[in-house]
Each structure stands twice: as C-alpha cells, then as structure tokens.
Design a binder for this molecule. Structure first.
Ligand code: GLA
Length: 390
C-alpha cells in the first residue's frame, strides 16, 4: 500500500474514533520507514560499524490534540484501542505494543518535556510486524516525531533517535544497539548509512539504484531468540573482560583489531573465540563494503555478503535452516550479486542485492524454490533505499 493510502485510511479511522470531522490543519502526520541491514550484524552493541538502509514500507501515525491529558490510540494492525493517562506513564505487560509509545513519552518526560494536553491517535503500517525489519523501532521513531510535531517540541533528529533507542533498550528492556533507530531517523534516499556506533557518527554511501535493487526475502519463520541474543551479548562482554587482562586499552570488541585478535585468540575459550572472530571481521567487512561501493565495484559485494552470512552461521551461530536455504538459493539465481541474513537472525529476512533487470525473475524463482522445500512461500519486498522519518 502506498504511504498516501496509509495516511488516507488512518485519517478516516481517526474521524471515526472521534465521531466527528476534524479540520485538516488540526491533524498531525508522522511517517517512518522500516530498516534492513546490508552488513555489520551484531556489531552495534559491540560499539562497531553497521551499514543499514531504510526500506519502502512504513509506519504511519495520524492524530490530533485533545484537552484531556490522556492518549487514545488505535492500532489498525492489531485492531486494538487503548487509553492511558499522561499522569501515569508506566510499563504494563498487558499493554503490549502501547509500551513502545509509553517508553518514548517516559524518556521525553525525563528530559523535562511537558504534556499540557492529550491526543487521539491512529497507527497503521504496511511494514511487516515482527519479521526482522524493525517494526518496533519504526513505531518508536514515528511516534517520537509525531509527538515532537504535535507538541511543538522541535526535537532534533539525534534526540528523536536517542529517545526511541532508550524506549527500546531501557523501557522495553531489549538488548539492541542503536542501528535501527538511527537509520530510521537519518536515512536518505538512494544511500546506505555507514554508521560508527561508538562515535555515533555516520556517512551516507550512495547505492547505485540505476543498476541494482535490494530484495528482502522473508522466511516467514521466527525462532525464539530473545534468550540466545542476551547470551550473545553476555558472551561478548565476557570476552572483553578476558582480553582486557592482556591489553587494558580494550573497552569493547570495537577495540579488537584483527592483529589483536590474532595475538590473543588462544587466550579465549572456543565459544568466545568464535563470537569475537565474527565481530572483529564483520567490522572489517563493513569497511570493505564502503570501499567497494565507493569504487562502484558492485560485483565484489557478493563475496563479502557471503562471508558475512557464513560468519553469522558458523561463528556467531544466529542463523537457521530457512535462512541458510534462502541464501543458498539466492546465489544460484542469475542476477544475484549477494545475499545474507539481515537483522538479529533465527528467522526473519535475508537481504539480497540483485541486478535491476533480473529482479522480477529473482523474486519468482526464489519463491517457487523455497516453497518446494518448506511448503510455504516467502514474503518479498523489492526496494530502493528510502528516506527516514518525516
Ligand atoms: C536487532 C537489534 C539491532 C542489531 C541487530 C543485529 O535488529 O535491534 O540493534 O543488534 O539485531 O545486528
């Protein structure tokens, strides 16, 4: 569905919710994309490099002021209405998705922003939910931007990204890094974001949209991973604690260069050695990708993405049968430049870079072949990198 249609539907629903017509100038609209990550997986919470892009699927929020200090919110995706008071912004398990909104409001309150009135809000999206394309970060960023506009806070982009990140990390208590909220906030059309998650600095890297497309293939499986991901984070920390005994300049895995890794790898137990090896060389792959794209050597991406996938599979151990299958199938299709899993792993999507003139065939063939093996068709999103929240 186009963004215009999403906005139209949400506005109609808002009128229905309020039981009256609203002047167009009294409606605030916020639109945030989803994200995919080209390379740099599980590096962001290790202070490393990532290279995500925003995808052409969105979370749209429309709303209007209410005098009461309450938020009335309807999600079309969940087909649920909720009401909560701005005097009592607390995490409540039974509030499920509403907690993402509360998290944003909570951290704005901590920054001394005041809400002198409430709002009626409708949320809708064509961004798949719970499929590894950051629907939660898209919701947080869209909402932070919506609140900024509605209350005339004029939050700058950095604040929007940081508040949204805190909502996810500290309010929802999810072990993520800053990648998702930063790309959804800062994305620019036809570029990837080369983001240094330690310095929080970034550079836009052009993607040749005249030659190639990004294709996300959704395995439509979601293996339970929350605990494993928390374990990975802890393992990385444990490795840092060991390495620091030998080199006290190491504060995070970001500080471990390939040379340092070679020097001390035998000091690490096997499992931790594998985790560190992934992070160290995944950071290198991000830097190589920047170089390849700057030189316009698109075909060199294939090897880098393949290595990235293998490393997630064998060293970081966050892949699964369906993702491995999709990556193997992709490399056998004419016109594929590169493919790997994207996001946390254990299901969700693969990211594929495919020559534009092969993209429709690619989508058809991978869908058929995947179905032959697993019994159901994958989801397909064909996209160029799009711009961030507005
Ligand atoms: C999830 C997190 C991100 C990042 C990826 C793995 O998507 O939200 O911050 O850690 O996993 O690269």
């Amino acid at each position: 569905m186009s963004v215009e249609n999403l906005i139209f539907k949400a506005k109609e629903e808002l009128r229905a919710l309020l039981g009256k017509s609203i002047q167009p100038e009294d409606i605030t609209v916020s639109i945030a994309p989803g994200r995919a990550n080209l390379i740099g997986e599980h590096t962001d919470y290790n202070n490393g490099y990532v290279m995500p892009l925003a995808i052409d699927k969105h979370t749209v929020i429309v709303g209007t002021k209410l005098n009461e200090r309450k938020i009335f919110v309807k999600s079309l995706h969940f087909n649920e209405k909720k009401i909560f008071s701005l005097n009592d912004i607390k995490f409540k398990k039974e509030d499920k998705w509403v907690n993402y909104l509360k998290g944003v409001l909570f951290f704005l309150t901590q920054e001394d922003y005041k809400f002198d009135h409430g709002a009626a809000i409708v949320i809708t999206n064509d961004l798949p939910v719970n499929a590894g394309v950051s629907s939660s970060a898209s919701l947080e960023v869209s909402f932070a931007n919506f609140i900024s506009k509605l209350y005339n806070f004029n939050l700058d982009k950095k604040m929007i990204a940081e508040i949204s990140f805190k909502a996810e990390r500290e309010f929802m208590n999810i072990s993520c890094g800053i990648m998702d909220q930063y790309i959804i906030t800062f994305a620019k059309t036809s570029t990837l974001l080369f983001l240094d998650t330690l310095e929080k600095k970034f550079e836009y890297i052009s993607f040749p949209t005249n030659k190639a497309k990004i294709v996300l293939v959704d395995s439509r499986v979601k293996h339970e991973a929350k605990q494993v991901l928390n374990e990975r984070r802890q393992e990385c920390q444990n490795a840092v604690n060991i390495l620091r005994k030998f080199d006290n300049t190491i504060k995070s895995l970001r500080d471990v260069t390939p040379e340092i890794f070679e020097k001390y790898k035998n000091k690490l137990p096997e499992k931790l050695r594998k985790r560190v090896e992934h992070v160290v060389f995944e950071n290198q792959r991000v830097i190589q990708t920047v170089d390849v794209l700057k030189k316009g050597k698109l075909e060199d991406l294939g090897k880098i993405l393949r290595e990235g996938h293998e490393s997630c599979k064998r060293l970081y151990e966050v892949s699964c049968y369906e993702l491995d299958l999709l990556v193997d199938l992709a490399y056998d299709i004419e016109g594929t430049i590169g493919a790997r899993l994207t996001g946390a792993g254990f299901g969700g999507n693969t990211i594929n870079v495919v020559y534009s003139d092969s993209v429709n065939d690619f989508a058809k063939v991978i869908s058929e072949k995947y179905k032959e093996k697993v019994g159901f068709t994958p989801g397909i999103i064909i996209t160029d990198p799009v711009s961030g929240v507005v």
